[in-house]
Design a protein around this ligand. Structure first.
Ligand SMILES: *Cc1c(COP(=O)(O)O)cnc(C)c1O
Length: 369
């Protein structure tokens, strides 16, 4: 006789709690007072689905978005419609010209090279999109360096043809409230920005929000905090709620004997008789191979350690010690409230743990609003 419940699916699920996403948006908004929120929604909204996340944030009142590439911007434009500003952090490039103009995306200008390239385009089209100017203040990743920026600011014809509406920079160490780099970057940013007569400024990512008012300027650009991730050792983040939970279905329960081995390479040997749940989620779904014999999931509020090597579609966990109901069709939870612990356990970070969520996951956004 078939004992499966009708709701049982062998496919893993990513549950995205859009209510909590909106809650986090409001919580961040409260913290920054009059400053605007430009939601960082790059990499498919940190793996959670840019379309749904974009629409939910739009519904909550968000009208400024940051993505990394023009392709991401185009997808987001289709999702949120014409009334939002969408900035492309990686800046303009020849291949993206058509997409940038077609989808009315605003390139972030990171260098003199990008400035000259985009100025030519701006001067040749009607109503060119506004831009944001990115100054590097110590991260040494993207953005104008100090000398370049002096040259740029002096070239009024050049920067005016870019119709810039923001100057921005990015913090390297905002997650550590005591890091001296924070103040250094703040000072460099003010000094550099003063060379350009554009008032609106933006410096803070999620962690920067918690550094306090001097870091907020006219816009903050949170990402991870919206998605329920902790970004800082600063107090105050208790108001952030969990957004993403990975549910791995139990496909089979095995009773193995002392001395038996598990999975590829037989990397685990049972030191006692054990009960093992075989889960329908593997590294293709975002359970890292590095968590083999190391990480854990949660079953009925108890930690269930990963045993054996994580494989592409399957992960095995030790459920011997769990006394609550264990059955095929039950689910073991990853990410969720354990996001930071999971990441720390394999030397990763919460950002990566979210963005590596797999394409195969069924994505459950709850009831549409
Ligand atoms: C990704 C990114 C952000 C968002 O950072 P979080 O730490 O996720 O809040 C903000 N600004 C820039 C330039 C970024 O690249």
């Amino acid at each position: 006789m078939n004992t499966f419940s009708n709701s049982y699916s062998s496919r893993p699920t990513l549950r995205v709690n859009l209510d909590n996403l909106r809650y986090n948006y409001e919580a961040l908004k409260k913290r920054v007072g009059n400053a605007k929120i430009g939601a960082s929604i790059k990499a498919d909204a940190y793996g959670l689905g840019a379309m749904q996340v974009g629409r939910a944030l739009y519904g909550a009142g968000c009208r400024i978005f940051f993505v990394a590439t023009a392709g991401e911007g185009k997808m987001l434009r289709d999702a949120v419609g014409p009334n939002s500003a969408i900035y492309v952090l990686n800046g303009p490039s020849p291949r993206d010209k058509g997409v940038l103009l077609g989808a009315k995306l605003k390139p972030v200008i990171n260098s003199l090279e990008q400035a000259r390239f985009w100025a030519d385009i701006s001067n040749s089209v009607n109503e060119p999109p506004y831009t944001a100017i990115h100054i590097d203040t110590g991260m040494n990743r993207l953005g104008f360096d100090e000398e370049e920026f002096v040259e740029f600011a002096r070239d009024k014809k050049l920067w005016q043809s870019l119709t810039p509406e923001w100057v921005m920079s990015h913090l390297a160490c905002a997650g550590d409230k005591d890091h001296p780099m924070n103040k250094t970057q703040l000072q460099r940013f003010k000094k550099a920005a003063a060379q350009l007569p554009i008032t609106p400024m933006s410096l803070a990512n999620t962690a920067g929000v918690y550094l306090g008012k001097p870091y907020h300027f006219q816009m903050v650009r949170p990402g991870i905090g919206l998605y329920g991730g902790y970004a800082t050792n600063n107090p105050g983040q208790e108001d952030i709620r969990t957004v993403a939970t990975l549910l791995a279905p139990i496909l089979q329960i095995r009773h193995i004997k002392k001395g038996d081995t598990l999975g590829y390479n037989a990397s685990f040997t049972a030191s006692k008789d054990m009960e093992v749940a075989v889960l329908g989620a593997g590294y293709a779904d975002g359970i890292p191979v590095l968590s083999s014999n190391k990480g854990y999931g949660i079953l009925h509020d108890e930690r269930v350690p990963i045993v054996g090597r994580v494989s592409m579609d399957i992960t095995m966990v030790d459920i011997s010690h769990v006394h609550m109901r264990k059955e095929v069709g039950g689910v073991v939870v990853f990410r969720g409230d354990q996001l930071e612990n999971e990441a720390a356990g394999i030397g990763s970070i919460n950002y990566e743990m979210l963005t590596r969520l797999g394409q195969r996951l069924r994505r459950d956004y709850g009831k549409p609003k």
